[in-house]
Design a protein around this ligand. Structure first.
Ligand SMILES: Nc1ncnc2c1ncn2[C@@H]1O[C@H](COP(=O)(O)OP(=O)(O)O)[C@@H](O)[C@H]1O
Ligand SMILES: [Mg+2]
Length: 502
């Protein structure tokens, strides 16, 4: 007969049901399991984690298994792990409160207790324990991992596998509220990859020294497997502030990067497709990410960090929609800069956070960041033109058409030179070229002959270049006296070529 052990658990079925009602979202539960999987990595080895998704016989459910190839657990460790508020056995900051496993099993199963764990700390049989939770539970020894059909764990011989049968209503919370209709696994996987790529970007990025990531996370749907890419904050015109704060008697270096949401990066952020949960240029997603070591522990932080003069938290407002940033703190011991017990955010009652956020009061979030950075760009470009041609008249004051539409920059010089510029912080779009044409035609109608029309952008593609060439052979309007004007001369240039990178 197979060996069995009885273990005591400090949580009643009723309490476990209560844990399921904390409003945790599906990805928050999965991240708790991934945190444990990453923390279990063997020293000197790259962590491997697989999140497997498979349909259930009942279409109102979905099967999820999180596996790792780390240290695994022997019976005492497993017994400890199942206690609510278990003492962490690792030194890893990812093990923080001792609630993660219970919270994840409760929230993902919807309180039903439809879960099971296989784990072993050395080759040989696994310990297997299945839900629901009870004060006394049975741990069985088994040589085989028995999972619902279709769950592909990606690599053989895992150390720990945690399987939960998840109600579809919970799985759908991977998607943004108001957008929670879809339930096909390939779509849900894209949402999950976005969450994992943001939360674990620090583990998935290449280490500057070893040129290796410190973890690999695969998400499988049957035979199809995708590796989670690191998802950075889609930012342009970024600025870096190096700060120091005193925490627990120690001076801790802090990096704060802030800038403008880069919409062209945003569109290709998740394996070539656009991000759909984070960085949406919207009130719920505006603000900064907070990263502790390699783990992003909070996103879209605004009022948590900055306050108004009367001390109340800064309100979300559309004028902050394109404000993004990342606050990067080093790996700190447990207890410093705490997160909430269910790790759904930072613990704002921990006074350490006041110390950190105090340092950010000198850098309040930029309102209308996109317009602001375009203005900065314009000023910088005018300075460069003026330095190169001190005799020229460089201005942003010229307007055309009865609407008084302003030309971004006009550079007037000797020999009839009248170059006009359209500047954009992002990549070139077709309408930018037409805006230049509007300036050009407007000037001609006022009797001013432009010499060149230059579109200055972060980058441009071949199609835009071809479009500019075609536009150059279009007919131009006549001057006010009825004589024909000169042909168009539209050109493209990048910030980099013009040494305009900010
Ligand atoms: N996949 C795993 N591999 C090895 N040990 C694990 C794993 N998952 C959980 N544990 C153990 O269970 C303990 C409790 O986990 P958890 O409830 O998430 O709390 P915390 O992570 O805050 O310590 C961990 O500290 C760890 O010792
Ligand atoms: Mg944990």
């Amino acid at each position: 007969m197979e060996k069995e052990y009885n273990i005591s658990i400090n949580i009643t079925p009723k309490a476990f049901e209560g844990l399921a009602r904390q409003g945790m979202l599906c990805h928050q539960g999965i991240c708790e399991l991934c945190d444990d999987a990453l923390a279990a990595a063997l020293p000197g080895e790259k962590a491997r984690v697989c999140v497997a998704l498979a349909p259930d016989e009942d279409k109102n459910y979905l099967n999820i298994a999180v596996s790792d190839w780390g240290c695994g657990m022997e019976l005492a460790a497993l017994t400890n792990a199942l206690q609510l508020g278990s003492a962490p056995l690792s030194n890893d900051r990812l093990n923080e409160h001792g609630y993660g496993l219970n919270n994840a099993l409760a929230c993902l199963s919807g309180g039903t207790g439809d879960w099971c764990i296989y784990t072993r700390s050395q080759p040989g049989p696994y310990f297997k324990v299945s839900g629901p939770f009870d004060l006394n539970m049975t741990v069985k020894m088994t040589d085989t991992i028995d999972l619902p059909e279709g769950l592909n764990l990606q690599w053989p011989d895992p150390s720990t596998v945690i399987h939960v049968r998840v109600p579809m209503a919970i799985a759908r919370t991977l998607q943004r509220q108001g957008n929670r209709k879809l339930s096909d696994l390939v779509t849900l996987r894209m949402w999950l990859i976005e969450h994992l790529g943001v939360a674990y970007r620090g583990y998935l990025e290449l280490d500057p020294v070893t040129l290796e990531p410190s973890a690999k996370i695969a998400v499988t749907v049957g035979q199809s497997s995708l590796l989670v890419p690191p998802i950075p904050v889609p930012m342009m015109m970024g600025r870096t502030e190096k700060l120091e704060v005193e925490l627990g008697g120690q001076v801790v270096p802090v990096t704060y990067v802030h800038g403008t949401l880069d919409k062209s990066k945003q569109e290709h952020l998740v394996q070539g497709s656009k991000a759909r949960f984070y960085y949406q240029c919207s009130q719920p997603t505006q603000g900064i990410d907070i990263r502790l070591g390699k783990r992003v522990i909070a996103t879209a932080q605004l009022g948590e960090v900055w306050h108004r003069e009367d001390g109340s938290p800064l309100c979300r407002h559309n004028s902050y929609n394109d404000f993004v940033g990342e606050l990067i703190l080093p790996e700190l011991p447990r207890g410093v800069l705490a997160t909430l017990n269910n790790k759904t955010g930072i613990d704002r009652n921990d006074p350490d956070w006041d110390v950190v956020f105090e340092a950010l009061t000198d850098f309040p979030p930029q309102k209308n960041a996109a317009a602001f950075s375009e203005d900065e760009l314009k000023k910088k470009w005018m300075k460069i033109l003026k330095a190169a041609n001190p005799e020229d008249d460089v201005t942003s004051e010229i307007s055309v058409w009865p609407t008084g539409t302003r030309v971004d920059v006009v550079d007037k010089g000797a020999n009839g030179k009248c170059d006009i510029y359209e500047l954009k912080t992002r990549k070139a779009e077709p309408q930018d070229l037409y805006q230049l044409r509007m300036y050009w035609d407007g000037l001609v109608l006022e009797g001013i002959q432009p010499t060149r029309g230059i579109l200055l952008t972060a980058k441009y593609n071949d199609a835009i270049r071809e479009m500019a060439e075609q536009m150059n052979s279009l007919p131009t309007p006549n001057l006010p006296d009825g004589t024909p004007s000169e042909p168009y001369r539209f050109l493209l240039a990048t910030h980099q070529e013009k040494e305009l990178s900010v």
